[in-house]
Ligand binder design. Structure first.
Ligand code: SF4
Length: 378
């Protein structure tokens, strides 16, 4: 496989070609001596790099490491992932959040196996056309696995570039990615783009951190414009974030003959494919108990009565947060007729851990008292 010959770097206002060359050289030298030894950096296997980059979107390195090791142990090859049941994939992802990442990775693996002979495509546009592969993942995998010249832009890169070049681009503005990408493309090293991309991200993670950047140890201190102008604390710029809404949720642990009811969410959308205890949003002025009974009826067709309160859980998603009241409920009557969920199970409490649940449910699952579930219902 041949790749286009690397082009020369374009100019950045205020920076000469020699400055850009120095940035590349100093950054790569620093990376070679200071980078963390992370499991996905031990090989150039595009599958492992792909999995790691999918996990690292929205997840910190220290959280991703054990998930990555367990995931590639369970699904060591693209073929094994493609063959796996989606539920097993989601179980391996349980707790990482943003489950669309896992569903898309699974779907993409199946497409590669079915339509591309099981080989991850080398062409940027082919790879980017796979489910869940956006500009970031495509640039990361193509540069790190195949040494292609594509700059990677994540939150760390944006922060470093904003300070290095005093860029007046708010990092949370919708057009920010494209604008930072254009800048990163002018800086990326043409001969070792994969290492350069990792180096810039690593610098943001270890040195040019959000608060208290360690400029004294930074390989880019010269020619960092923010440092030279004593403006490090001004960058990166950020638009004022909107206040995120809070939803009040009532959830029921519906008990019938020593088992509890769990339902499975639709495959698309937030937390798609995961199992949960039935419930939903409280209406205006409705009590938490009434909302629990109503939601269970609407979602599953069952009539239940509240037995007791279990606990209150708070959880924050990216665009909203929830406050959840959880109740033990006794089944009274009805057959399960689902409206919303795609599946249900009556399971023994000791088997709950076998299914993949959202983090908000996992916060109260350990508190479930088996004696309440096994007691004789009246
Ligand atoms: S000198 Fe300081 S502000 Fe500039 S890139 Fe390095 S760590 Fe960031």
């Amino acid at each position: 496989m041949t790749h286009p010959k690397p082009k020369m770097n374009q100019q950045i206002p205020g920076f000469s070609s020699a400055d850009i060359g120095l940035i590349q050289k100093n950054l790569l030298h620093w990376y070679n001596t200071h980078h963390r030894h992370l499991p996905w950096r031990e090989s150039c296997d595009p599958y492992r790099i792909w999995v790691s980059e999918v996990m690292l979107q929205q997840t910190q390195v220290k959280t991703a490491v054990p998930y990555f090791l367990a995931f590639v142990d369970r699904f060591p090859t693209l073929e094994s992932l493609a063959r796996a049941d989606l539920e097993k994939v989601l179980k391996s992802w349980e707790g990482l959040g943003y489950y669309a990442r896992a569903r898309n990775l699974h779907k993409a693996a199946q497409q590669v196996v079915q339509h591309m002979d099981g080989r991850i495509p080398h062409r940027f546009s082919d790879f980017k056309a796979l489910p869940g592969v956006g500009d970031y993942i495509a640039s990361a995998v193509m540069s790190m696995a195949f040494n292609q010249v594509h700059a990677v832009v994540d939150a760390n890169v944006k922060r470093v570039l904003a300070r290095l070049l005093c860029l007046d681009i708010p990092v949370n503005q919708s057009s920010a990615h494209t604008r930072f990408k254009a800048v990163a493309d002018t800086l990326v090293d043409r001969t070792d783009p994969g290492s350069f991309n990792q180096a810039l991200m690593e610098l943001g993670a270890l040195v040019c951190t959000p608060s208290a950047p360690d400029c004294g140890r930074c390989p880019l201190a010269h020619p960092c414009l923010a440092l030279a102008g004593c403006q490090v604390s001004r960058y990166p710029l950020r638009l004022k974030a909107k206040k995120i809404p809070c939803h009040h949720i009532s959830t029921g642990i519906v008990i019938k003959a020593g088992r509890v009811l769990v339902t499975r969410r639709k495959l698309d959308g937030l937390l798609g494919g995961l199992w949960e205890f039935p419930g939903g949003k409280r209406k205006n002025k409705e009590s938490a108990e009434d909302a629990c009974i109503r939601e269970i009826k609407e979602e599953t067709g069952l009539d239940v009565r509240i037995v007791s309160f279990l606990t209150h859980v708070r959880h924050a998603y990216t665009h909203f947060k929830i406050e959840m009241d959880i109740f033990y409920c006794d089944y009274i009557s009805g057959d399960v007729v689902l409206d919303g969920p795609i599946d249900h199970k009556w399971i023994a409490p000791e088997n709950i851990h076998r299914l993949a649940f959202p983090t908000a449910n996992r916060k109260f699952i350990p508190l479930i008292d088996r004696s309440v579930i096994s007691r004789k219902q009246t």
